[in-house]
Write a protein that binds this ligand. Structure first.
Ligand code: TYM
Length: 334
């Protein structure tokens, strides 16, 4: 709890072009939960350097992501939106938690296995201990709820294990966080191969809708999306392509699968794909407009970055000091 509200924490990497999966699986839910919770939303730039980045490009993308959070509907005067690298407590707590995490646990992480296969020339220690940094992010704010897409649930389980282990030794230091997965949109799949998740790093640009794609590009990508052979709009395991499109349409319009099946009863895939494309354009258009406005307002964004970094530092340092004391580091002399 912080004040009279429960605490929510989540973050996103400023790496690559964000996709519709990031929006529907995460950001959209952050917005709908933001009134109810005391929220911390981080642009997790420390996480980004586990893969080589061009420095100027990383800085540009981090700012674009900050602006996207705001444009998507998170008010930076009510939500603490900040750059992870502006709060050194993340790195400091991560080090301590590294000493309470086992190599065996980390080597079971599927994202580590995937990423180390993909970046075989750079399997660095950061890539391996990345979930510990994620645990530090969450635990620093005494977080109750962590809204994420399905692919992050394994990391969240590990966070809970680390927190319980630490609390078991030192008493109730950390709040044990719960994950939050939305009913629809928690795992948006590739438009070209619905057995794979939609990902910013997919080599085929038609596989992903990028959040900054214009309307024509979005419609074109949906027209090209792979479908199935049953020639009807039904949600089932045998139709992974259509089911994925239904998931997208349902998340964008709020319609249930039954309503969608009824709407497209007797109609072809072509009509359906067009409708899905338009529903996505309708969701993204206002965000694009707000981004254009916010980009003109440099001073406002800068002032929010500064004020929120101060707030995040204040809250995070409080937890860090408690942890440092528990593990036996000497008190600071004032
Ligand atoms: P990242 O940057 O890969 O993804 C950000 C969020 O988007 C969700 N997501 C998806 N949801 C549905 N369908 C998809 N195809 C899809 N692709 C991505 C992710 O589940 C995530 O919620 N390690 C995290 C960032 C992070 C974090 C944290 C998250 C760092 N510290 C603490 C929560 C709490 C990551 O790389 O997410």
């Amino acid at each position: 709890m912080l004040g009279d509200k429960k605490v929510l924490f989540s973050g996103m990497q400023a790496t690559g072009n964000l996709t519709l999966g990031n929006y529907l699986g995460a950001l959209k839910n952050w917005v709908s939960l933001s009134d109810e919770y005391e929220c911390f939303y981080s642009v997790v730039d420390l996480h980004s350097i586990t893969v080589r980045q061009d420095p100027a490009e990383l800085r540009r993308r981090a700012r674009a992501l900050y602006i996207l959070y705001v444009a998507a509907g998170l008010d930076p005067e009510k939500n603490c939106i900040y750059y992870q690298s502006h709060v050194s407590a993340h790195s400091e707590l991560a080090w301590i938690l590294n000493c309470f995490t086992y190599n065996g646990e980390l080597s079971r992480m599927t994202q580590f296995k995937d990423k180390s296969a993909k970046h075989a020339d750079n399997v660095n220690a950061g890539l391996f201990t990345y979930p510990v940094l994620m645990a530090a992010d969450i635990l620093l704010y005494q977080t109750d709820l962590v809204p994420v897409g399905k692919d992050q649930m394994q990391h969240l389980e590990l966070t809970r294990d680390i927190a319980q282990r630490f609390n078991g030794i030192y008493g109730d230091v950390f709040t044990i966080p719960e994950g939050y997965i939305a009913k629809t949109g928690a795992k948006i799949m590739s438009l070209q191969d619905p057995s794979k998740k939609m990902s910013k790093s997919d080599e085929n640009p038609n596989a992903s809708i990028y959040l900054m794609d214009d309307a024509d590009t979005i419609i074109r990508k949906f027209k090209r999306a792979v479908t199935d052979s049953e020639a009807c709009v039904r949600y089932n395991e045998n139709q992974p392509g259509i089911s994925n499109l239904m998931e997208i349409y349902s998340t964008c319009t709020g319609k249930s699968f039954a309503e969608i099946e009824k709407e497209f009863d007797g109609k072809g895939y072509g009509d359906f794909k067009m409708a899905v494309g338009e529903s996505v354009v309708d969701v993204l258009r206002p965000i694009h407009e707000r981004i254009a406005d916010l980009e003109k307002n440099k001073d406002y964004i800068d002032s929010m970055i500064k004020a929120n970094a101060e707030k995040a530092n204040y809250v995070a340092t409080k937890t860090l000091r408690k942890v440092q004391k528990k593990v036996g580091f000497p008190e600071r002399i004032r």
